[in-house]
Design a protein around this ligand. Sequence first.
Ligand code: ADP
Ligand code: MG
Length: 238
Amino acid sequence: MAKVEFRRVRKDFDGQVVIPALDLRVQDGEFMVLLGPSGCGKSTLLRLLAGLESVSAGEIVIDGRVVNDLSPQARNVAMVFQNYALYPHMRVRDNLAFPLRMRGMKRAEIERRVREAAGVLGLEALLDRRPGELSGGQRQRVAMGRAIVREPAVFLMDEPLSNLDARLRVQIRTEIAALQKRLGTTTLYVTHDQVEAMTLGQRVAVMEAGRVQQVDDPLTLYREPANRFVAGFLGNPP
Ligand code: ADP
Ligand code: MG
């Protein structure tokens, strides 16, 4: 069964069609990358799935259930943003614990989850620091930690590496791949970077102007691009 399904999803902003009618299925445990140029609708798609925007038409399905009318909290997805969105005045441990406290979770369970996420991400020694005392890479790890502690059904990552320098990008990219292997959580990962998409994605959905042009594993995309756009965008023009 698909973990996530977009069924003929449309999104308009002020009468402008941004996504006309999109179908996409993400399998349980899959790491899928949404790849496309700036402005093609990648972030909008994640925001629709997270419930931060509502669809103009069509259905969004998680675990077989139509979630169109569910609040973001009720959807059991966790989003990692490109600009971290950490609380600057809170220590790392409180940044991690915050989403759980908001849910009224018991203290012992919160502590267990924070410890586990810190272990997975190598943040143990940084738990008492504040975001201003961390490097860019460490901040990005905390942002991921805040998604992990929620143990969501789906991770959504919107260009999580775009604020990092080239060296850190490679390092965190490797960590994200390892994390996905270890946790096995279904992930939808947005990027405009072909290298990132091809190295991380089990499958890659190539988008242009609100439409999915092709969904395939990286090798197939290179060898058998469905059209000129896909071939050109992957730097492999016919
Ligand atoms: P991407 O993430 O692929 O760069 P976006 O999903 O951010 O693309 O945007 C897709 C299109 O929708 C763009 O033309 C953008 O200007 C438009 N858009 C996104 N959010 C809004 C909004 N809240 N109001 C109006 N237009 C929007
Ligand atoms: Mg975007």
